[in-house]
Design a protein around this ligand. Structure first.
Ligand code: PAF
Length: 286
C-alpha cells in the first residue's frame, strides 16, 4: 500500500498504478477514525475495481463548529492498518495546505438547495464544505467509481448532485456513486467515527436510536405518520437524546414523504450530551 501526502507523490503513484492496473479505479474518501462501516466501503470497492484509493483528510471546510473540528477523532496508525487489511492500493493523507493551497479558489457549486435542508439547516455551510472537498479530491484522483456510506443519506444526495455538475461542466464523465448500506453493531447502532467520543453509558443510550427504529417498524401500520413521529420523538427523549429532527422523506430524495410514495426514509439527528449523532432508516409503513 502506497501512502502519499503531497500532490506530487499522489500523481506519481496514480501514474504507476494506472500503468500496471488500468484506469479503472475507485476512490473512497474518508476523514479517518475508520471503522467497519468504512471497511464495508473498501470491501465493495475492492470487488469491482482494478485499484482502490482511499483518502484520510479531516476537512476543515465542513465543520461549522471549531470545537467539533478540534475533537474529531484522529488515529492514523490504526487507519492505515485497516486500509491495508482491506487491500487498498493507495492512501492519500494530505495536510489542509496540500488540499487547499494558498491561492486556490473554490469553484462555486450550485447544490440545488440540497445543502440547505435538514442537516444543512442545522449545520450551515457543512455541505458546501463537503462538496468542495469531494470536488477537489476527484480532480486529484480521477476514478471510475466513488464509494460512500448511506448513513450519510443527505451527503450522498449532495455528492450525486456534484457528480451531475461535473458531468455538465465536462470535467469528467464519471465517476458513478456507489452507495453502501449502513453497517450496524449487534444492537443496531450505526457505526460512526463519532461513536469513539462516547463513554460506555453514552453508547448504551445511543442505541436508543436503534430501539426507536424497531418501535417505529413495529407500530408503523397501526399509527398515523404524525403520531408515529411524535411517539418516536418521545421515546428518543426518554432514551436521553436531545432531538434536532426526525422527518420522513421520499426515499432517494429530500422531498416530503406522502402516502403512496412507497416506504419513507426516516432521517434523524440528535445530541447525546455533547456528541451529535445522525442516522436514517427505511420504514415499511406505507
Ligand atoms: O463522510 C465523510 O467522511 C466526509 O464527509 C467526506 C465525504 C470524506 C468528505 O470530507
Amino acid at each position: 500500500m502506497l501512502v502519499t501526502r503531497t500532490v506530487e507523490e499522489l500523481s506519481e503513484a496514480l501514474a504507476s498504478m494506472e500503468l500496471s492496473l488500468g484506469n479503472d479505479g475507485a476512490l473512497v474518501p474518508t476523514m479517518g477514525a475508520l471503522h467497519e462501516g468504512h471497511g464495508a466501503l473498501m470491501r465493495v470497492a475492492r470487488q469491482s475495481n482494478a485499484w482502490v484509493a482511499a483518502t484520510i483528510f479531516v476537512n476543515p471546510l465542513q465543520f461549522n463548529r471549531p470545537d467539533d473540528l478540534a475533537r474529531y477523532p484522529r488515529r492514523e496508525g490504526e487507519d492505515f492498518l485497516l486500509l491495508q487489511e482491506h487491500g487498498v492500493d493507495l492512501v492519500f493523507a494530505p495536510s489542509p495546505e496540500v488540499v487547499f493551497p494558498l491561492g486556490w479558489v473554490a469553484p462555486e457549486l450550485d447544490l440545488d438547495g440540497l445543502d440547505l435542508l435538514w442537516e444543512g439547516a442545522f449545520r450551515p455551510g457543512h455541505f458546501k464544505g463537503v462538496a468542495t472537498v469531494v470536488n477537489r479530491l476527484l480532480d486529484l484522483i480521477p476514478c471510475a467509481n466513488l464509494y460512500m456510506g448511506q448513513k450519510d443519506y443527505q451527503q450522498c444526495l449532495v455528492v450525486e448532485r456534484l457528480l451531475c455538475l461535473r458531468k455538465a461542466m465536462l470535467v469528467q464523465l464519471g465517476p458513478a456513486l456507489v452507495k453502501v448500506p449502513t453497517v450496524r453493531d449487534g444492537d443496531g447502532l450505526a457505526l460512526s467515527s463519532r461513536n469513539l467520543l462516547l463513554a460506555p453509558d453514552q453508547l448504551e443510550r445511543a442505541k436508543g436510536i436503534a430501539r426507536t427504529w424497531s418501535w417505529m417498524k413495529a407500530h408503523g401500520q397501526g399509527l398515523q405518520p404524525e403520531a408515529l413521529v411524535e411517539g418516536a420523538l418521545e421515546r428518543l427523549t426518554a432514551e436521553g437524546l436531545r432531538n434536532e429532527y426526525l422527518v420522513f422523506v421520499r426515499d432517494g430524495s429530500l422531498e416530503p414523504w406522502k402516502r403512496g410514495d412507497g416506504a419513507p426514509r426516516a432521517l434523524y439527528a440528535g445530541w447525546l450530551d455533547e456528541v451529535r449523532l445522525i442516522d436514517n432508516e427505511s420504514l415499511a409503513i406505507a
